[in-house]
Design a protein around this ligand. Sequence first.
Ligand code: GLC
Length: 440
Amino acid sequence: MNKLKKSEANYIPVKAEHLPEEKMKWFRDAKFGMFIHWGLYSMLGKGEWVLFHERMDVTDYEKLAAHFDASMFQPEEWARTARNAGMKYMVLTTKHHDGFCLFDSQASNFNSMHSAAEKDFVAEYVQACRNEGLKVGFYYSPMDWRFPGYFFPEMYYENALLLKKQCWEQLRELMTNYGKIDLLWFDGEWLAHGGIGFNEQEGWCRDKNYGQSEYMKVNYFWESEKLIQMIRELQPDIMINNRGGWEGDFHVRERRIGDIRTDKPWDSNDCLAQSWGWMPDKPILSLRELIKNFVNIITKDGNYLLNVGPMGSGMMEDRQIVRLSQMGEWIKTHEEAIYAARGGPFPPGIWGGTVYKDNIVYVHITEWADDAIILPSVDNTLLHFSNLSGDAISVVQNKQEIIIEVPVQHRDPYDTIVQLVFERNIEWEGVLGHENDIYG
Ligand code: GLC
């Protein structure tokens, strides 16, 4: 038996405690966050996987650090952009799969202190978030393409253990040196990309069926549950996602929205401009698409984590800043139907969905396939209703249904919001998630 297999056979996971619901309320209330992918790859404009996809020489890639002066790095601008967009938290790639750290690390010299900028970007980012009243999130990728042991953990087991050591030490640094951190967003806990493949066109590559591979679920390798315990000791209130080899306090849906789920907080993450790491000339989402996605997500009880990839200099593209501020303008006029509400209690449909707080339900209608929106009735009397997007509206409650009609000229081009005020607070059983909480 090889050493990796042996470590699997001998592994006994400890119990990692979940955060109680009340410590995750800020996340439930927040709805909207900014994801930032930024690193050496941002200078090349080919996305954050460029080192791997273009089979760059690792030593050449490392030399990019000498050119990384980040002359326009102004995290206050990022944070202000996020706040103006109506976002309540940020998540920054402290280290991506290329291994470059945006922070001062004793565990690896491949970090921003040894770049042209000679700065701890993470420290400045944390300060900027706090100054703007935003919650602070860290993205961290345990894997690192510079380690042969990552790709071939059986053959280079000692080297793989060095990778694990780096991961543990860097998380200890991140959880110790920057004050209170609100959220930790793991990504890339797999080994060997979840399976190395080979084909004529690409040569060696990520296997097409990597999702099924034995390298996907490697909590025994990282000792994930123990790692989570260490993180919790250092940051008792931190929310952790489900990509660290453990089921997580919250669930991540990458570039998809899926079904309503109320039993566990979740985010749907997506790119404003198609790529996580900056690429020039990529089309960006329209305001209509953003609003539609946002409504789709919040009515299903999730959060929208929207990615912006600043350029190598640290600047965000103007057009992206403009789009985000348009989104912020829209949110500002609809705040009461967004923040601190929960998804439900009515099932969402292609027309949109509902959110609620106390005895009020807000119906978000983004698509008028039919002229009447029909909701199943509830055992609760509708006291009054109004169309927050115009004047005229008709709502009828009978035993079976609640029927909503709004004349065309009183509909909002993006999202018609109807407020329904009931006699008693909304109570319902919610919806359980039907998805595997452990990534992979
Ligand atoms: C993927 C990619 C990565 C990106 C992440 C964001 O796992 O490997 O590049 O950071 O998704 O969700």
